[in-house]
Design a protein around this ligand. Structure first.
Ligand code: 5GP
Length: 192
């Protein structure tokens, strides 16, 4: 998506350790008009009428998922990162290794909001090693729900997440795929 690529080039900051900071429009301050275009594009990429729920993870996926949901006209459920799980059987639980914070989170979704009749589109801000999406997939599978696809704002194509997920036969669509980025020169190459 050209608009997103241009914005990444203009306002993205490449940090050592393969981290792309996009705090100015996506991860801290949010450009809602841009999100709106992203939501429209995600609906174009996933036209299936079967999708009846969007699943994301707090915090950065929520804004994108909510704006996109207006095009899908479905509810958004966000998986909660939890320190202390109340193991009362009312929640699906999984563990996710965080790429940016280098720690492991327990992540939960209430059984009330995900079930076997759901056809789920997973949305997140970044795809790097694929741990966050893999965790969300596990929650969907625990619920006996169907995964209709995975929509990502920015995929870092030089990390393995995209390959792993597509290798499992999942439909993964990323609005921008960074093929390479250089924290010394600031150069970013996108995959098309
Ligand atoms: P993964 O689980 O695929 O390794 O990483 C995805 C998660 O880590 C996303 O939910 C995102 O919040 C965070 N993340 C991964 N790489 C980056 C990055 O380069 N920049 C930012 N801002 N977040 C990232």
């Amino acid at each position: 998506m050209q608009l997103l690529e241009e914005r990444i080039r203009r306002d993205g900051v490449i940090k050592p350790g393969n981290v792309l900071k996009v705090d100015g429009f996506l991860n801290h301050q949010m450009d809602v008009e841009l999100f709106n275009e992203m939501g429209k594009e995600l609906k174009r990429l996933f036209p299936s009428e079967k999708i009846n729920k969007i699943l994301t993870i707090e915090a950065s996926g929520i804004g994108i998922a909510c704006i996109a949901a207006q095009y899908f006209q479905v509810p958004v459920v966000f998986a909660k990162k939890s320190q202390s799980i109340n193991l009362d059987g009312e929640q699906y639980v999984t563990r996710i290794q965080s790429f940016t914070h280098r720690r492991i989170y327990d992540v939960i979704v209430s059984k009330k909001y995900l079930g076997k009749n759901d056809h789920v589109l997973i949305i997140d801000d970044f795809l790097a090693n694929g741990c966050a999406v893999a965790g969300l997939i596990e929650l969907v599978r625990s619920a006996g729900a169907q995964i209709e696809g995975v929509g990502i704002a920015i995929e870092k194509g030089f990390q393995e997440g995209g390959r792993l997920l597509r290798g499992k036969g999942l439909r993964v669509e990323s609005l921008a795929i960074v093929e390479s980025m250089n924290d010394e020169t600031g150069e970013i190459v996108f995959r098309h």
